[in-house]
Design a protein around this ligand. Structure first.
Ligand SMILES: C[S@@+](CC[C@H](N)C(=O)[O-])C[C@H]1O[C@@H](n2cnc3c(N)ncnc32)[C@H](O)[C@@H]1O
Length: 805
């Protein structure tokens, strides 16, 4: 098992892989990838690309990981984990690569890969008895065997978090440029007939050993070449002939038909390309059998029309996977299968496209019919009440555009889901474990009671909120808004706390790569010497900070004030703020501690010195990593980060005052509210962050404390704080109910107070009654166990409740 095996590779000539790695590549889950092609369709025009498989790409990516780690000074075990992650990064990729992910919006192959590696029963793995021709899955067991063989303790969690990009080395497999897309893009370009340099991915693999590689800031020739390949590849797909586009539409169409006939998602996903077509053929539907045979025989549907789009707003709503299905159903006529394909031009920046007058996207309409295409066109025009005698005249295209424009603006496909065979509650129930015990948030700043990102992420996914406007009235550090950005939704995140909004704004205002680079390499000593400044005066200052620490903090503060660009200042301020508790003698304490307690232990006269400068430098580097990993999650969805973040607003205000006017939005434009309100007297958001307020917003602390709903500090009040708390929550719930559109959802994540005084207060019952009184329809609820993110000792359960307007 410890020998080396040599493989011939079309791109690199020969690649040598260790025997233990090849044993992993022989696990049924990975062998399946030999029968899943690299490209999304059985391509006609790109005929050779159709032969490339995910398995060859998996081996090549593992080999590139070996190139990367050879350049790194990290422990052997970390190197091995990274190589395994590279081999397994696509393990849960469904047949025809990303095709199924376009159709089943809720499927995420990276998350599923995590479940497979860690042998957790996930949403789609739960029925996974047979992963490849009667073989059950063995990957996790084989990884344990490799652990024993190599005499190292390989950690499955670390391996899977490299794949999802959540680890410190995550950028190597899951960055804007990573070994996965270094190989994928170069390999696909080669198979598409482009003359590529095989050294480019190798060079990129080496570059990645030094840290994050960004396409926008690197002048490295390998990055430049890779960008050219990528541009070539995407523009070839976008500009491919109609035969090719038609085959993509055709494949989507037959898969959707199979789903409508009730074939389970798990069977679709854990199949191969040929197996998926067999499965569709075996469903016993005569028409579908006929279509599958046509598809197999390399036929393309007949092209009817292509409609270009120039506006970003239409383009965004047509991106929703249900839009194509809905349009197909509106255009469907007798004796014909109407298939549409919506494609976006991914490569040019959207602002350039407007300037160049090039379409942002196109909708191609095709048919497989038992009659002439002219007759099909006439029938379609009649069906949508636009009878027109000359169906091939250019005006027809304009008429169709007007109709589709109208649909794009009213998004009727959001009301009902034509693809899913499951209802919203079934989908939500299907998330196997709402405790998300393995998922951790990465945060640039500690903040009380943030919720784990998987909660908004799953709600956005299963409430089908892609492309819609989401509101979080208790937005805190912006977890909902960040997930909205990743999923392609718009979001308004509101919070009354100035520190929370500063953190959320830092994450959600675009920081150009060059600025991140600049702060990452900052030499604080040079600057700070010349930036002396007095610290602000506040109570017990000398007990919180050692005098030298205080001087250092003051000079960092002065330095930040002299910085020149807005988004970086925000980043520097948030990072500075995140340091303020760590620089005291009480570092590592809970927020409640800082809200209530004295700076020093009994008997201690002055705090110890903490080197604020070096802490700041380290924190800046850590935080740039967090921001880059967040950007790469957006980028992985093929979205432009700057433009995506321009769809997100972070507002500092009292949520009780929320209305369409105060948020400056069209009435009825909010698709859903996803939020976690404060619990009754459990956290002190402003007081717990008082050191940050003293430095950054001294005049705002009392004001923010006054607005805060249910602060912990009110526990001991003589008059019952419950009434005030419930009234506050009620006002926000009412405002949310008024602002969302009909059919929109409200999701609250709410827990109980563990303070004895409030044992009998039924907050949930009260809110349920209020929701009912507001006419909201109860949809789903779940009690979840709280893991890492919240303080376990104080509150370990909370409820997620979803209503519909
Ligand atoms: C449970 S936390 C939300 C945390 C958030 N989900 C996150 O992950 O960061 C509750 C938030 O409600 C905010 N809050 C309390 N009263 C408020 C009010 N009247 N208006 C706006 N925000 C308020 C607090 O500042 C706190 O950030």
């Amino acid at each position: 098992m410890n020998n080396t095996i040599s493989f011939a590779d079309i791109l690199y000539g020969r690649i040598e892989l260790p025997g233990w790695l090849v044993n992993l590549a022989r696990c049924p889950e990975l062998v399946r990838l030999r029968h899943v092609r690299l490209s999304n369709v059985d391509s006609f025009e790109f005929k050779d690309l159709s032969g490339a498989t995910r398995w060859e790409h998996a081996l090549a990516t593992a080999w590139l990981a070996m190139v990367t780690v050879a350049e790194m000074k990290i422990p052997e075990v970390s190197k091995t984990e990274l190589i395994i992650a590279a081999l397994c990064h696509d393990v849960a990729t469904p047949p025809f690569a990303h095709t199924l992910e376009y159709i089943i919006d809720s499927y995420d192959h990276e998350r599923e890969s995590e479940f497979v590696i860690r042998a957790i029963m996930g949403d789609y793995t739960s029925y996974m008895k047979d992963v490849f021709y009667g073989n059950t899955y063995t990957l996790h067991k084989t990884i344990s065997k490799v652990s024993n063989l190599l005499g190292m303790k390989l950690d499955l969690y670390t391996i899977s978090s490299h794949i999802t990009g959540d680890s410190d080395l995550g950028h190597i497999i899951h960055g804007e440029i990573d070994i996965d897309n270094a190989d994928n893009v170069t390999r696909a370009s080669l198979y598409m007939g482009y003359s590529v340099d095989r050294n480019v991915p190798i060079q990129l693999a080496k570059l990645l050993s030094h840290g994050y590689v960004s396409p926008s800031s690197s002048n490295d020739p390998a990055v430049e070449s890779w960008l050219i390949y990528k541009k070539f590849m995407y523009s070839s797909f976008y500009e491919a002939g109609l035969d090719e586009q038609g085959r993509v539409a055709f494949l989507h169409y037959i898969i959707r038909k199979g789903i409508k006939l009730g074939v389970g998602f798990d069977r679709l996903i854990w199949s191969t390309d040929a197996g998926l077509l067999d499965l569709l053929h075996s469903l016993g539907d005569v028409e579908l059998c006929r279509l599958v045979t046509h598809y197999r025989m390399l036929r393309s549907p007949t092209h009817l029309w292509s409609i270009p789009f120039y506006e970003i707003k239409e383009a965004r709503s047509l991106e929703h996977p249900n839009a194509s299905v809905w349009i197909e159903s509106q255009l469907s006529v007798a004796k014909a299968h109407i298939m549409v394909l919506y494609t976006t031009n991914r490569i040019v920046d959207e602002s350039d496209m407007d300037l160049l007058g090039k379409p942002i996207s196109s909708l191609h309409i095709f048919a497989v019919a038992n009659k002439s295409s002219r007759l099909v066109k006439i029938d379609i025009m009649r069906k949508i009440d636009m009878p027109f005698s000359d169906v091939d005249a250019p005006e027809v295209q304009n008429l169709l555009r007007t109709r589709i424009d109208r649909w794009a603006l009213t998004t009727p496909w959001l009301q009902h889901d034509p693809v899913s065979i499951k209802s919203v509650p079934q989908e939500l129930d299907n998330v196997s474990d709402w405790s998300f015990r393995n998922i951790r948030n990465e945060s640039i700043h500690a903040y009380p009671s943030t919720f784990v990102k998987a909660i908004p992420s799953n709600l956005i996914r299963y409430l089908k909120l892609k492309g819609q406007l989401i509101l979080d009235p208790f937005g805190g550090t912006g977890q909902t808004a960040m997930e909205a950005a990743v999923h392609g939704s718009q979001c308004i995140s509101v919070d009354s706390n100035h520190i929370a909004t500063m953190i959320a704004k830092t994450m959600l205002s675009f920081i150009p790569e060059a600025s991140l680079d600049k702060v990452y390499n900052l030499d604080m000593d040079d600057y700070t010497l010349s930036m002396q400044r007095y610290p602000p005066k506040f109570d017990k200052q000398e007990k919180w900070y050692h005098e030298k620490t205080l001087r250092q903090l003051a000079s960092i503060w002065g330095f930040i004030e002299n910085w020149d660009d807005e988004s970086t200042i925000l980043f520097l301020k948030s990072t500075f703020s995140s340091l303020l508790t760590d620089c005291t003698d009480r570092r590592g304490r809970q927020h409640g501690y800082f809200a209530d307690n004295t700076p020093l232990e009994k008997g201690k006269a002055r705090p110890d010195y903490v080197d604020a400068l070096s802490l700041y430098r380290k924190r800046i580097q850590r935080n740039t990593g967090i921001i880059r990993r967040f950007y790469s999650r957006i980028n992985k969805q093929n979205r432009n980060v700057e433009r995506t973040l321009s769809d997100i607003k972070v507002l500092n205000m009292n949520s009780e005052l929320i209305s369409s006017d105060s948020l400056n939005i069209e009435p009825g434009s909010v698709g859903a509210v996803i939020t976690s309100p404060p619990y009754l007297c459990m956290s002190d958001y402003s007081l717990g962050l008082r050191l940050s307020y003293y430095w950054l917003f001294p005049e705002k602390m009392d004001e923010d404390f006054g607005v805060e709903i249910g602060p912990r500090r009110y526990r001991g009040r003589v008059d019952d704080p419950t009434i005030k708390y419930l009234a506050g929550i009620d006002r926000v719930l009412t405002a949310c109910s008024n602002i969302i559109k009909n059919g929109g959802y409200i999701a609250f994540v709410l827990g109980y107070s563990t303070a004895k005084r409030f044992n009998d207060v039924d907050v949930l019952g009260y809110i349920e009654n209020r929701a009912q009184a507001l006419g909201l329809e109860w949809v789903w609820a779940k009690e979840r166990t709280i893991q890492f993110q919240r303080n376990k000792s104080r509150s370990s359960k909370e409820d997620i409740i979803v209503w519909k307007k």
